[in-house]
Design a protein around this ligand. Structure first.
Ligand code: BG6
Length: 457
């Protein structure tokens, strides 16, 4: 069920990293499309004034996507700034004043999760929460108990339908397209199950390190940063049952159901790695045991999927930046002896380009030989396509919850990864620009090996 459109956007953490890299570009894009017509109030404790925040927005846009003069002017006209400590009631009184008559503000907490409780409490005390919604960033909690506590805190003030948990992967069009592709076409469903599918691999590779985010990353690690949220969302889109309707609750019900069918991860099915040099990064402990790479195998214990191994791999400082899914079918039961036939597969690339491909065996031009070919549809996202942050912010303000994680989903996701996080399995070193530690090949290895995506120069 949708709620009404917000009539102000308040973003806490206005001078921070996320605002700089993602929020200002998303706001300018919304302004350009004519989707931003409400006051945008930045809040931070920096001793700044509004002109300084505008200058920061300018700088952010120069580095991330470029300035669009008309849209930037529009954004500057909507921008307001409240400076102050989140501990101080006065900060929130100033915010209340800035909100003026806006009765349905969206409060976007682009701040460290430890501050959520305090900010929510102060917002309530200052009368800023009636009719309001709250938008928060992943990871939602650190493990299952902390996610439940965070939820209690939020539910103390906000109703579940006014809490928007951002997982920006859900705002990526190709991630959404997995659902569309599955349920808008008739040919896939008959083979989309354990009878035909041999295994599934999901790889999220990044060819860069932690980019100065040591303090955050060393408290987080790859499993919490991208597996428990982004890659589980990809997994859920690939494997969920068709929703009975297309409203947000029906879709989210199916996602929760598929996670419920996943047993907790077994430590023996997980390999964690750390790239050499990580411990020299600012904010990282010299003896850090935090993983910058994880490879894991899990199962979905359902009628459709039982027995199909799902492999997930994510890492920093790998050879390429690419997120890709490979769904491999069983070997064909063929009478063509002497041919080197490969299992058919379906390949979805989420980034950097968007690709949908089917791997097939055909006769090669040379007599008595075969070759593998791909039927392929691919495109590079254009400058005018909506970025994930623009989409999720726009949807949160419009009150459409489809692209946001529901609490029961978040808790199921923690239930799956928690046992491994608690045990603290060994962390194996790997060379930057390699595909992770060699222990992966010994412990978490799909039949036929890992498919390592390549990206054209
Ligand atoms: C973020 C993670 O949520 O997603 C980062 O914190 C990661 O570590 C990023 O690099 C990847 O997102 P995108 O949209 O750049 O693929």
């Amino acid at each position: 069920m949708s709620i009404s459109h917000s009539n102000a956007l308040v973003f806490f953490g206005a001078t921070g990293d996320l605002a700089y890299k993602k929020i200002f570009p998303a706001l300018q894009a919304m302004a350009k499309r004519g989707h931003l017509n409400v006051p945008v109030i930045g809040v931070a404790k920096a001793g700044w004034n509004l002109d300084q925040l505008r200058a920061r927005a300018h700088d952010s846009l120069e580095k991330h996507g470029g300035i669009n003069p008309a849209a930037f002017e529009k954004l500057c006209g909507l921008l307001r700034y409240v400076d102050g400590d989140y501990k101080e009631p006065a900060t929130f009184q100033s915010l209340r004043k800035e909100l003026g008559s806006a009765q349905q503000p969206a409060h976007y907490l682009a701040i460290p999760p430890v501050l959520f409780g305090m900010v929510v409490e102060q917002l309530a005390k200052a009368g800023c929460t009636n009719g309001a919604r709250v938008i928060i960033e992943k990871p939602f909690g650190h493990d299952l108990p902390s996610a439940q506590n965070l939820n209690q805190t939020l539910l103390g003030t906000f109703d579940e339908k006014t809490i928007f948990r951002i997982d920006h992967y859900l705002g990526k069009r190709p991630v959404h397209n997995m659902l569309f592709f599955r349920f808008a076409n008739a040919f896939l469903e008959p083979f989309w199950n354990r009878n035909h599918i041999e295994s599934v691999q999901i790889t999220m590779a990044e060819d860069f390190g932690i980019q100065g985010r040591g303090a955050f990353y060393d408290q987080t690690g790859a499993i919490r940063d991208v597996v428990q949220n982004h890659l589980f969302q990809v997994l859920a889109n690939l494997t969920m049952e068709p929703p009975v309707r297309t409203d947000s609750e029906s879709i989210r019900d199916e996602k929760v159901k598929v996670l419920r069918a996943i047993p907790p991860l077994e430590p023996r099915n997980v390999v964690r790695g750390q790239f050499r040099g990580y411990r020299n990064e600012n904010g990282v402990a010299p003896n850090s045991q935090v993983e910058t790479f994880a490879a894991l195998q899990l199962e979905i214990d359902s009628w459709r999927w039982r027995g199909v191994p799902f492999y997930i791999r994510a890492g920093k400082s790998l050879p390429v930046t690419c997120t890709e899914v490979l769904v491999q079918l069983h070997q064909p039961p063929t009478m063509y002896q002497g041919f080197d036939l490969k299992p058919n597969y379906c390949r979805f690339r989420i980034s950097p380009d968007v690709t949908l491909a089917f791997g097939l065996n055909v006769l090669a031009p040379a007599e008595d030989s075969d070759e593998s070919v791909e039927l392929l549809a691919s495109h590079h996202p254009g400058a005018d396509e909506m970025d994930a942050y623009e989409r999720v912010l726009g949807d949160a303000m419009a009150g459409d919850a489809s692209l946001f994680a529901r609490e029961d989903y978040v808790e199921e996701a923690w239930r799956i990864v928690d046992p491994v996080l608690k045990v603290g399995t060994p962390v194996y070193g790997y060379e930057p620009s390699s595909w992770g530690p060699r222990e992966v090949e010994e412990r978490v290895l799909p039949v036929g090996g890992w498919h390592n995506p390549t990206v054209a120069g």
